[in-house]
Design a protein around this ligand. Structure first.
Ligand code: ADP
Length: 855
């Protein structure tokens, strides 16, 4: 499609001499003649030269060879040539020259020395006549030849024009096809410019458009071909189409053709850098509704490069281009709309599926794919056909027949709106779905496919259930609060290991004297509220020992724990606290999902025992007083008994009978027992009122254990006390008398509760990185029933098997041991099996905590 010159048609017109060359000489004469120049001067020169040549030939033959009768024949080719090539006028001149030369040189009397004779005259006439005849024939032939050539040329031109038109139409068709198949606007614009340039042979082609966003009414360069990058950049900067030769294109939507822009009065000059344009051709690009879309501009450095043919071509191209542009715009619009739709479908939280009319699943959106991934089943497929391992049921759990599936029904032309379904996997796992489906109709109203939208109701249903449960729980809680508020005792409910407040009744708030905010953990409440909790003995209660905290750590309820609550205003209230763990009421789904167990709650009741406490205090005081008062007569009884025995044994000849000795022993022992009991009662009363003071000193625990064991070994022969002590001495700080009391009690118990006798093993070791000392006392006695072991350290607590074996006691010893050991910052525990024996052990820090010294 290149080149400015119209192409020569493939079938060339035949040269004229081929049509008329009937003889060889004529043929060669024609060929020779056609090569000679056509100007008159050349004709005259050739005439003169030809005549001279013919004369020379005749002269030579006539004088040297044979006298010529008709030398005129030698001049005939010259006349014929001249007449054929330069016309009959020059032919006549040649004829005249010939006749004159024949007369002068060859007709006697030669050299015009007189008129020729009749014979010579007749020969001259015949030469003249013959030559004129030949000239007439040659002229005729030349004329026919010229007209034949003209006709052939005309034919050739017509043929060429036709071929060109055909070529242009074909080119336009091709361009049209190319343009309409190109939907990318940028490439399309460039293709149009390039095609316009190729078809017209223009130096450059530029394509201008109005900005699509409507930001300007002016036209700007959209694409160009044949421009240097600098020129293109310049064109892009300039607004085009307002003035000069371009004006009619844009203002009147007219085609403009300028032969030479430098001479056109509309031209307003070209800016610097503008490619030199002399020939100019421009056509408007009109939209379907006749609106001006832009212009197609062609330029050429040479003048008069564009013809009417090019004009028509450009017009056709402009029409094709505007259709292609419109197509590209529509395509762009359609694509944008398709992309929008795509984004909407992909962004939907509902699953969307598209089925073909043959039931085949064509596509699923992201949500549908995610659901498929989460469940391992394509729900989109399930809504159309059977899937193994899964059943599709109605909301009421009735299986759904294949024909009843929503996508299938839509395929039959039905529109399904909001149908609740249930997907049941063989594993028992279930999902609730809400499904809508609709057929997709073609313009001919046939069903082309089905669109199905579905979403998982499981979460929604669960949330609804939870909301309902929550409302119910709230109602219950309200009722509970009302009931609790009417109770005289303080009652509150906490949740979780941190004991976060759930609800508290009015009496509980009155007990604390401050409000415990719902949701606040116990540690926060006691840190910030000013409420402090003390044990019955007056020591601060560690937070971990609070009934509300402790209850979560143990299986059994906490019963009757004595606490003293000191309110922020400084007043105190002794309370008896009981706490019971409640089963978790509301299941926490998140926790359950993460494998955690639901949080437990505990109900705590605080009973005001100020009156009781007062009575107990009076009782303790009375008991302590009585015990104290008892000790003096007991000391006297013991003293006088010993004196009596000593005096009787000192008198000569008086010996005590066995019975008298036994009586004295019983009196002494019972006095001891009574005295020990009184001491224990006094100690207990001191401990409870916080009046027991430890006298801390350096002491060797190993030596102390040995001393106590030796003292007790004397009292029994049936038992063997064995001491194991890897260290010779273990020095620690403690109250010597009180630790001795503990050891006497524990080793004494080991002896007492091993009635059949046996070995009692005592070990003293250092433990916990040598920071503590541990004493273990192991016997093989009656042991302690398992269920009674936990409460043995309480006051007056005795195991049932002790009395069954007839062993007497008060149940105060272990209570005192625990209190004393704990006051030293230590801990005491037991391990026992009924009938096999018991091990009592305690551990003491080598350096007791500060409160031990203060107590
Ligand atoms: P008492 O010995 O005066 O009864 P304690 O407080 O010393 O009081 O002991 C409480 C109870 O613990 C005892 O009544 C007994 O049932 C049990 N007990 C203490 N030590 C032993 C032991 N070594 N073996 C078996 N039972 C014991």
């Amino acid at each position: 499609m290149k080149g400015t010159a119209p192409k020569t048609p493939d079938t060339k017109p035949q040269p004229a001499h081929q049509h008329f060359a009937v003889s060889a000489p004529g043929k060669y004469l024609g060929i020779f003649a056609s090569r000679l120049p056509t100007s008159t001067a050349a004709g005259a020169a050739i005439t003169a030269g030809g005549l001279a040549l013919a004369l020379a030939i005749c002269w030579t033959i006539d004088h040297l060879l044979v006298p010529l009768v008709n030398p005129g024949w030698f001049f005939l080719p010259v006349v014929a040539l001249v007449g054929y090539r330069w016309g009959w006028r020059l032919g006549l001149l040649a004829t005249a020259g010939e006749v004159l030369l024949v007369w002068y040189c060859f007709t006697p009397p030669r050299f015009w020395q007189g008129l020729p004779d009749s014979d010579g005259f007749a020969r001259l006439l015949s030469v003249t006549g013959g030559t004129l005849f030949v000239l007439a024939l040659v002229d005729l032939a030349a004329r026919q030849q010229r007209s034949a050539t003209a006709l052939a040329n005309e034919n050739a031109a017509l043929f060429r024009q036709e071929a060109e038109r055909r070529e242009h139409v074909e080119a336009l068709n091709q361009v049209g096809a190319a343009l309409s198949s190109e939907l990318d606007k940028e490439r399309l614009l460039h293709l149009i410019a390039q095609t316009a340039r190729d078809l017209t042979g223009a130096g450059f082609a530029a394509f201008t458009l109005r900005p699509e966003d409507g930001s300007s009414e002016r036209f700007h360069l959209a694409a160009a071909a044949g421009l240097t990058p600098q020129q293109e950049a310049m064109f892009r900067r300039m607004p085009l189409g307002g003035e000069g030769v371009l004006a009619p294109i844009y203002q009147e939507q007219r085609l403009v053709r300028v032969g030479d822009a430098t001479k056109d009065e509309r031209a307003i000059g070209q800016p610097r850098g503008h490619p030199l344009v002399r020939s100019f051709l421009g056509a408007p690009l009109l939209g379907r509704d006749g609106t001006m879309l832009g212009g197609l501009l062609l330029g050429h450095i040479q003048p008069d490069q564009f013809t009417a043919e090019h004009e028509a071509l450009l017009k056709g191209l402009a029409a094709q281009a505007s259709v292609a542009l419109e197509n590209a715009r529509l395509f762009e619009q359609a694509r944008a709309r398709a992309e929008e739709l795509e984004a909407v479908i992909e962004g939907m939280v509902d699953g969307v599926a598209l089925h073909h009319a043959n039931g085949e699943l064509v596509r699923e959106n992201r949500a549908a794919l995610q659901m498929a991934e989460a469940t391992g089943t394509s729900l989109a497929t399930l809504l159309m056909q059977d899937v193994s391992g899964v059943r599709l049921c109605t909301a009421e759990n009735a299986p759904l027949a294949l024909g009843e599936r929503p996508s299938r029904r839509a395929l039959a032309g039905e529109t399904i709106r909001s149908m609740d379904l249930r997907v049941v996997w063989d594993s028992g796992f279930q999902w609730e779905l809400n499904v809508s489906a609709a057929p997709l109709h073609s313009p001919q109203q046939t069903i082309e496919g089905v669109v199905t939208v579905f979403h998982d109701l499981t979460v929604q249903r669960r949330q609804e259930r939870e909301a309902r449960l929550y409302a119910e729980a709230e109602d219950r809680r309200h009722l509970l609060q009302t009931i609790l508020d009417e109770l005289p005792s303080g009652v509150f409910i906490v949740e979780g290991e941190e004991s976060r407040m759930v609800l508290a009744n009015r009496a509980a708030e009155a007990t604390w004297g401050v409000r415990w905010q719902s949701g606040a953990p116990a540690s926060d409440f006691f840190r910030t509220s000013g409420v402090r909790i003390f044990q019955a003995d007056g020591r601060p209660m560690p937070i971990g020992n609070l009934a509300s905290v402790q209850v979560f750590r143990q299986e059994e309820p906490v019963r009757y724990l004595q606490e003293v609550i000191r309110r922020p205003d400084g007043t105190s209230l002794p309370v008896l606290v009981s706490a019971v763990k409640l089963p978790a009421l509301i299941e926490d789904h998140q926790q359950a999902a993460s494998g955690g167990s639901p949080e437990h709650m505990a109900a705590i009741a605080m009973q005001d025992i100020s009156a009781l406490k007062e009575a107990e205090r009076l009782k303790d005081e009375f008991v302590a007083l009585v015990s104290h008062e008892l000790k003096n007569p007991l000391t006297s009884i013991k003293g006088y008994t010993q004196l009596l025995r000593a005096q009787l044994e000192a008198q000569d000849g008086v010996s005590l009978s066995e019975q008298e000795r036994m009586c004295l022993n019983v009196v002494e022992e019972e006095a001891d027992r009574l005295s020990a009991l009184a001491s224990d009662v006094i100690d207990v009363s001191r401990l409870q009122s916080g009046r027991l003071v430890l006298r801390i000193d350096e002491l060797d625990l190993v030596a102390l254990v040995r001393q106590v064991a030796e003292r007790l070994q004397i009292t029994t022969k049936a038992h063997v006390l064995q001491i194991t002590a890897p260290h010779e001495s273990i020095w620690l700080q403690g109250d010597r008398n009180r630790l001795e009391q503990v050891l006497l009690n524990l080793i004494g118990n080991a002896i007492k509760y091993t009635p059949l006798g046996g070995s009692i093993e005592i070990s003293v070791t250092q433990v916990q990185d040598e920071q503590s000392a541990q004493v273990c006392i192991q016997d093989s006695g009656i042991g302690i029933p398992h269920e009674q072991q936990a409460r043995l350290f309480a006051r007056f607590s005795r195991a049932s098997n002790a009395s069954a074996h007839g062993i007497t006691g008060t149940g105060l010893g272990l209570f005192l041991c625990r209190e004393l050991i704990e006051r030293h910052g230590g801990r005491i525990w037991l391990e026992s099996e009924e009938g096999k024996g018991s091990t009592f052990a305690f551990i003491l820090p080598l350096i007791p905590p500060d409160e031990a010294r203060e107590s």
